[in-house]
Design a protein around this ligand. Structure first.
Ligand code: ZN
Length: 202
């Protein structure tokens, strides 16, 4: 039986197959928060169909794909294999790094800023390095790590096997001053995120 199992394992590698029916393997998975909702919720059995924060003029669901696409383009231009995901999808991925892109909403406005979420399996040094890269680059405050159960127990963390996973809230879209600063810089945020991630893709 050992020989037979060994053959199956070799065949699986040669054929590029694996146990989950639709697993994707890549260097990095980039998820644009809320993208594709609400249409994607019912087919994917998502009951808490959160479509993201808005300030009226700007919507988080429109901003996250811009950041995600810029990050993916930067990484692909450097030769990395990128899986680019919307909010809801049936697949399970395997990668080195997983980054979920979000903007926060707060009540009252401007009570929040930038923050980061991550599961217990992600080394804190990765999170600390992100904070050193991003927080000094923005003119608003760092709110903290895993500031909500939505950050620490983000559903997307369970859809990928990766040693480094994080959810970034780049800023608070419901705060006019933060939105005004973020709005013209969405592609730059993506490029910055990509360059940070490259340090973990060796
Ligand atoms: Zn969000």
């Amino acid at each position: 039986m050992r020989a037979a199992l060994g053959f199956v394992a070799v065949a699986a590698v040669l054929l590029g197959g694996s146990a989950p029916a639709r697993a994707a393997s890549a260097d990095i998975v980039i998820q644009a928060g809320h993208q594709g909702r609400p249409a994607s919720c019912a087919p994917n059995h998502v009951h808490a169909c959160n479509i993201g924060a808005s300030n009226g003029a700007d919507r988080e669901i429109r901003w996250t794909p811009i950041v995600a696409d810029a990050a993916a383009a930067t990484l692909r231009a450097a030769g990395y294999r990128v899986v680019r995901r919307p909010a809801d999808y049936p697949d399970h991925d395997r990668a080195r790094v997983y980054i979920a892109i979000h903007f926060d909403g707060a009540e009252p406005a401007c009570a929040s800023g930038t923050s980061v979420g991550f599961p217990a399996t992600t080394p804190h040094a990765f999170i600390a390095a992100w904070e050193r890269a991003y927080v000094p680059a923005v003119p608003f405050r760092f709110v903290g790590e895993n500031i909500s159960t939505n950050e620490e127990h983000y559903y997307g963390f369970h859809k990928v096997d990766a040693p480094y996973k994080m959810l970034v809230e780049y800023g608070e879209i419901t705060c006019p001053a933060q939105a005004a600063w973020l709005r013209p810089r969405l592609r730059q945020l993506g490029a910055l995120t990509a360059k940070f991630a490259m340090g973990y893709l060796h």
